[in-house]
Design a protein around this ligand. Structure first.
Ligand SMILES: NC(=O)c1ccc[n+]([C@@H]2O[C@H](COP(=O)([O-])OP(=O)(O)OC[C@H]3O[C@@H](n4cnc5c(N)ncnc54)[C@H](O)[C@@H]3O)[C@@H](O)[C@H]2O)c1
Length: 256
């Protein structure tokens, strides 16, 4: 909604593409000042330029969110540039096609694959929360949205590491929500189903994607904007009495 984030500063991790990029756009349209954390400099600067062209005060910070040193340094840089952090949206993650973190049967999975997947999907969210929470606690205000997955709640063969990480994101979300509620900070999560980001689409052929998505309950995959709508709602004052909760945005694929 126009203006609901006026003067608020939001960090969006993975902001260079996919769901995070759509979220950054929507936060910016709502008046937020947007800080994009991404390892991909090209994607990050493109998104920054796109936001700025739309009149949003946006800045890209090159940040590997699996590294504490990077996350701390870049959070400090955001505070230096914008003065405060009101919203943190942790989107970085993924399963197939992300370097070093491919699918594997559990009995064949390497330690490196397991560690990489947990770092990308779970540790990254912890580190970013760890970096912004002292600031939010001090200000007694803030809202965090994490990204889980339907695969954290159903069996995901060849992706035990991803499933465990995404279930872990929800456990982290609930526990942090309980810890920081006395400081009027809310922590929630979304669980995407199949979403038509470039990365997800690239794991299929054109025809394979059409066939697969046409069989989903609503006859289509989610769009990044569908996820962004849920994330921005949870981050906004409209969700002011919602904390420790998860919204599945999956077109009916999985109904807990
Ligand atoms: N797309 C789907 O179908 C789907 C389904 C379920 C869950 N999800 C979850 O939604 C989230 C976003 O998915 P997406 O498809 O939009 O992803 P994406 O691959 O399109 O975007 C991820 C972004 O994160 C950045 N990134 C990767 N590693 C990073 C790191 N270490 N530090 C900083 N930035 C890094 C990438 O450069 C990229 O810009 C993920 O957590 C994913 O697990 C997606």
């Amino acid at each position: 909604m126009a203006g609901e984030f006026d003067g608020r500063v939001a960090i969006v991790t993975g902001g260079g593409s996919g769901i995070a990029r759509a979220t950054a756009r929507l936060l910016g349209a709502g008046g937020a000042l947007v800080a994009l954390f991404d390892v991909d400099e090209g994607a990050g600067t493109r998104c920054q330029a796109e936001l700025q062209a739309a009149g949003v005060d946006a800045a890209f910070f090159r940040c590997n969110v699996t590294s504490w040193a990077d996350v701390m340094a870049q959070t400090e840089a955001v505070l230096g540039r914008f003065g405060q952090v009101d919203v943190l949206v942790n989107v970085v993650g993924g399963s197939d096609g992300v370097a070093g973190t491919g699918p594997a049967w559990t009995w064949e999975m390497s330690e490196e694959n397991w560690d990489g997947m947990l770092a990308l999907n779970l540790k990254s969210a912890f580190l970013c929360c760890r970096a912004v929470l002292p600031h939010m606690v001090q200000r007694r205000s803030g809202s965090i949205v994490n990204t889980s997955s339907g695969r954290g709640f159903t069996p995901a063969p060849e992706r035990a590491h991803y499933s465990a990480a995404k279930a872990g994101v929800m456990a982290l979300t609930r526990t942090m929500a309980a810890e920081v509620a006395p400081y009027r900070i809310r922590v929630n999560a979304v669980a995407p189903g199949v979403t038509a980001t470039e990365r997800a689409r690239n794991t299929f052929t054109e025809q394979g994607w059409r066939e697969f998505t046409s069989k989903l309950p609503l006859g289509k995959a989610g769009e990044p904007e569908d996820l962004a709508q849920a994330i921005v709602f949870l981050a906004s004052p409209r969700a002011g009495h919602i904390t420790g909760q998860l919204i599945h945005v999956n077109g009916g694929t999985f109904m807990p």
